[in-house]
Design a protein around this ligand. Structure first.
Ligand code: COI
Length: 358
């Protein structure tokens, strides 16, 4: 499908202005982006062009009715110099599911993988090499049609952009503080909580800002029906170590099926650690904390990698986890996942996709 790929290179690369010692998250983009258009019932015109603004109709259905989905995945420069993308097949599958939920024609494997392979190889100079850093890859699909009727669009755009990043919260693995949101919710049964739609993130902004104003990094969401069960953090899935069992909320349609979440579950099972995917009442976490049984808590996500949770505010009190630091299992999982991504640890499950960088 990418046989007719056209590449327009930048006149001058921005690589000289990248400070790899002080990367942020999502504020810096590589030289090029990938683009395809959907029109007349088919994806067409694969192009790589200089990263930059695009023009859209003001009546665009993405602007009006949020018909857009996105993904997040990463490429790593290994200790052996090879470039690996972590589990892109899972991101493709999730993007297709997200698209289907809001009536967007999903990208196929050839265009998704082709875009990533060409773009990462072309902008390979932007791939950082330190542990915790990566080239973040952000594919998006959105309506490219101007109309005000509430109906699926007939034209779409698939874009992929990349940029060097550090871990979302902190490269030093300092523990983050979460605030349980007990009133507003992220997702409801039958809604779009399992899909990576832009609208889900818009809905999280107000509670997120309130939490930040109180000194918390993110919101820990509860279920949308009873406000009793823990769901996820928005930028990551949540895990608790209670005694020697690791528990995480089951995927029931309101939680994003995280790629790192799945990797963590697999690595824990590989190590013979007991794992439970189930409903977790907030009461159970509070009770475990009171009894000294809540040994660790951490979030897992592509951007966040593994982020230790040191404090959880709920119902007017604050639970302190692992003395407010990173627990040992949390750190081990971080080392294991980043080790696989960097080619230091055997990739037993075949998660890495090697990129031919020429
Ligand atoms: C990712 O982990 O890639 C995400 O999508 C989180 C992002 C919203 C920061």
């Amino acid at each position: 499908m990418l046989d007719n790929l056209e590449i327009t290179r930048v006149a001058e690369s921005r690589i000289g202005s990248v400070d790899f010692e002080n990367l942020g998250f999502g504020n810096l983009f590589s030289d090029h982006m990938f683009s395809m258009r959907y029109e007349g019932g088919a994806w067409r015109e694969p192009r790589i062009l200089p990263y930059g603004p695009i023009s859209i109709d003001p009546a665009n259905a993405t602007l009006q009715y949020a018909q857009s989905v996105f993904e997040g995945l990463k490429a790593f420069r290994g200790v052996d110099g090879k470039v690996r993308v972590f589990r892109p097949d899972m991101n493709l599958a999730r993007m297709r599911t997200s698209c289907e939920r809001i009536c967007i024609p999903p990208p196929d494997e050839a265009m998704f993988m082709g875009a990533i392979e060409h773009l990462v190889a072309l902008d390979q100079a932007f791939i950082p090499s330190k542990r915790g850093q990566a080239l973040y890859i952000r594919p998006i699909v959105f309506s490219d049609e101007g109309h005000l009727e509430v109906r699926p669009s007939t034209r779409y755009r698939f874009l992929v952009m990349t940029g060097p990043v550090r871990a979302y919260f902190d490269a030093s693995m300092a523990a983050v503080a979460l605030k349980v949101e007990e009133r507003q919710t992220r997702a409801a049964p039958g809604g779009v909580g399992f899909a990576k739609t832009g609208g889900n993130y818009a809905a999280s902004l107000r509670p997120g800002e309130s939490a930040r104003a109180e000194g918390y990094a993110q919101v820990l969401w509860l279920d949308g029906v009873e406000h009793r069960y823990v769901e996820e953090v928005g930028a990551m899935n949540i895990f608790f170590r209670i005694d020697d069992t690791v528990v995480t909320p089951a995927l029931q349609g309101t939680i994003l099926p995280g790629v790192t979440r799945d990797s963590v579950l697999t690595l824990l099972r590989d190590r013979g650690i007991e794992v439970e995917e189930r409903r977790i009442a907030l009461d159970e976490i509070v009770e475990a904390s009171r009894r000294g049984r809540l040994r660790e808590a951490f979030g897992a996500g592509t951007a966040a990698i593994i982020a230790p949770v040191g404090r959880i505010a709920c119902r007017g009190e604050e639970l302190v986890v692992a003395n407010g630091e990173s627990g040992t299992l949390t750190r081990e999982l971080y080392e294991a996942i980043t080790g696989i991504q960097r080619g230091e640890v055997e990739d037993r499950h075949g998660w890495n996709r090697l990129i031919d960088i020429g």
